[in-house]
Design a binder for this molecule. Structure first.
Ligand code: TXA
Ligand code: MG
Length: 320
């Protein structure tokens, strides 16, 4: 099918209330018409996501903001002007008419203008807002290729637009612009870049700011138990058999494990590959996935966040 025909089919599906998976520059999204409560409900069911967890509404451009948000503070306008289209989600006071099912009943809404060309074409052709969480089952590793989405949903999700591998590979940075400007989730745009536009920013402490369930501790988990370790502890664990290892350097001679991926020392590249690497290691049936902890620098914040959550999710499952 030509791309135009695929887009046409996707738009028709959205208009008739069906979900559609589509690429963004961060991760693939599982989208539905944000004005159709039954369609949004279907996304929650497919994903297995608790209904109180709000979805991000994706827009073709910032010109549509007023239909979705009101009392937009000036710093939010500046962030939108600088970073949209791009991997930034703004939490704003919601406009009248925004569905409760989209916001999890909250008075705020998450909005984002993605930069992926296919996402933009889909949004322009559809003409409305597309509510979309990442296109993975709840709590699992986010998808960065169309094949990952098909692995997650199979025949339950017939329309998956294929826009190739996502260029960023981690979710958007979420900034709450309500009473105070707060970073709720580190992501595709680093905090210093945001600070260059709006001045010093604070990360929300746990439980602070609007409820943002993707920021609960257990998330982004492969099925194989994942362990994080640094330095000598990592090297000692890596010598054990049957492990699938995600490191930032080559294995020692005589490595006996199931697999060793060297994801390198460069944060952007590491982030781009992270979810695909976790999926690859998860397929091996190893005893555990051992991940070498990443360095302390700001450029690793989003990766460190996702790895900590993946490890916490595995701990939680071990306890359950
Ligand atoms: O990069 C991304 O943000 C991807 C792509 C598809 O755009 N989407 C994504 O969606 O990561 P999801 O649903 O997996 O994570 C969205 C996060 C959740 O942590 C949710 O709680 C938060 O956004 N969120 C959405 N609306 C919110 C609101 N009104 N208030 C607070 N948090 C909100
Ligand atoms: Mg997600």
């Amino acid at each position: 099918m030509s791309e135009a025909a695929e887009l046409g089919r996707a738009v028709a599906a959205l208009r008739s209330g069906e979900p559609v998976a589509f690429p963004t520059e961060t991760v693939y999204g599982l989208g539905a018409d944000a004005r159709n409560p039954a369609a949004v409900q279907r996304v929650f069911e497919l994903k297995g996501r608790p209904s109180a967890h709000p979805l991000i509404v994706h827009l073709a451009d910032a010109g549509h903001l007023d239909a979705w948000a009101e009392r937009i503070p000036e710093p939010a306008h500046r962030l939108a002007a600088r970073f949209w289209p791009g991997p930034l989600t703004l939490i704003l006071p919601r406009a009248a008419g925004v569905l409760d099912v989209v916001t999890g009943g909250q008075q705020s809404i998450g909005l984002r203008v993605p930069s992926h060309p296919l996402a933009r074409r889909l949004l322009e052709a559809f003409g409305g807002g597309i509510a979309a969480p990442s296109a993975n089952r709840y709590g699992r590793v986010s998808p960065t290729t169309a094949a990952h989405v098909r692995e997650e949903f199979g025949a339950e999700l017939p329309i998956v637009l294929d826009g190739g591998p996502c260029s960023v590979g981690l979710e958007s940075t979420i900034v709450s612009c309500l009473d105070e400007i707060l970073v709720l989730r580190p992501g595709g745009i680093a905090v210093p870049e945001l600070e260059a536009v709006v001045g010093p920013l604070r990360a929300a402490r746990r439980g602070e700011g609007p409820r943002a369930p993707g920021t609960t501790l257990a998330h982004y988990a492969p099925r194989t138990p994942l362990k994080l370790a640094a330095g000598a502890a990592f090297e000692a664990l890596a010598a054990e058999p049957r492990l699938a290892v995600l490191a930032r350097h080559a294995p020692r001679v005589g490595f006996l494990g199931a697999a060793w991926l060297d994801a390198g020392e460069e944060a952007t590249r590491y982030a781009h590959d992270l979810y695909a690497n976790l999926r690859e290691l998860d397929r091996l049936g190893a005893a555990a996935i051992l991940v070498e902890a990443v360095p302390p620098g700001i450029e690793w914040d989003a990766v460190r966040d996702r790895l900590a959550r993946a490890a916490a999710a595995c701990d939680a499952e071990e306890l359950a």
